[in-house]
Design a protein around this ligand. Structure first.
Ligand code: AMP
Length: 273
């Protein structure tokens, strides 16, 4: 495994490679969720690149960028064991300069749900993903369904900017107790983690309601709200795969999304029906 931090060096190196490239952008503190993206990329491409970059522009001013978990040495070992070809590990100065061309997220879809409480978050996400895709120029890039709004906006960007990359959506990996794996889970105390189990609990409840024939979005949301009543709920939404609100569940075209705050930690989860 080669570790490269300079974008130009990586671009030059990739000129010598004539293979399909699978690319997995991450912010590090790697877990089984990231590994699932890596496995998928390895299976379907001849060459695999992971990036680790804690992107400052996607953190809002009141969020603690410095506290974001960093486990550089462990991450390098995990990537090596996972058998990737290149780990792209840039510094902030390798990616950003002082006076930047900016990419903005769409006016509506970028400012609802997670974008409502984190107004410039998706500008930062799209900016960095655009840069990373331009550097790596992969055949396919892998993103988790757990961050469904991010996945939706990246897919929109790739389509609207006519970019040459296939975006692959990968299922959410969960802990044995059902909690979706996230680098942020380490912020949770034992007590908070217990509370967090209400999140997958509420999604299971919704899924069971649908299985029993309840298709009305408002009724499902009401029951979910009730089951999450001890938590600070940012939103519970039922959307189609294009992220439009729907009054009734449409099977094979619905995402139920939840975001809550427990202590100081925001947790996202969703199910695709
Ligand atoms: P992050 O390092 O949190 O920015 O995540 C990097 C990528 O891994 C994103 O595409 C996430 O959606 C994805 N990811 C994070 N957690 C999970 C999970 N539990 N299951 C599947 N993919 C995940």
């Amino acid at each position: 495994m080669k570790i490269i931090s300079n974008p130009i060096e990586l671009k030059n190196y990739l000129k010598t490679i004539d293979k399909t490239i699978g690319f997995i952008p991450t912010m590090g503190a790697l877990h089984e969720g990231h590994l699932s993206l890596i496995k998928d990329a390895k299976k379907n491409n001849e060459f695999t690149i992971v990036s680790i970059f804690v992107n400052p522009t996607q953190f809002n001013a009141d969020e603690d960028l410095d506290k974001y978990p960093r486990r550089d040495e462990a991450d390098k070992k995990i990537c090596k064991l996972a058998g990737i070809d290149i780990l792209f590990f840039p510094n902030v100065n390798d990616i950003y300069s002082k006076d930047e061309v900016s990419i903005a997220s769409p006016n509506i879809r970028g400012y609802v749900l997670e974008g409502f409480t984190r107004p410039s978050h998706f500008n930062g996400v799209l900016t960095v993903v655009n840069k990373l895709l331009n550097i790596v120029n992969p055949s396919r890039a892998y993103f988790g369904k757990k961050d469904a709004q991010q996945l939706n906006l990246i897919s929109l960007m790739v389509k609207q900017l006519f970019m040459n990359v296939e975006i692959v959506a990968v299922n959410t990996v969960r802990d044995l107790d059902g909690l979706a794996l996230s680098s942020r889970n380490i912020y949770l105390s034992k007590e908070e983690r217990k509370k967090a189990l209400n999140i997958p609990g509420s999604l299971n409840l919704a899924s069971n309601l649908v299985k029993n024939g309840e298709l009305n979005s408002l009724k499902i949301i009401d029951k979910m709200r009730e089951s999450l009543k001890d938590l600070e709920i940012f939103y519970i939404e039922i959307l189609d795969r294009e992220f439009n609100q729907i009054k009734n569940i449409k099977l094979k075209n619905t995402i139920i999304l939840v975001e809550v705050k427990i202590g100081n930690t925001r947790l996202l989860d969703n199910i695709w029906l």
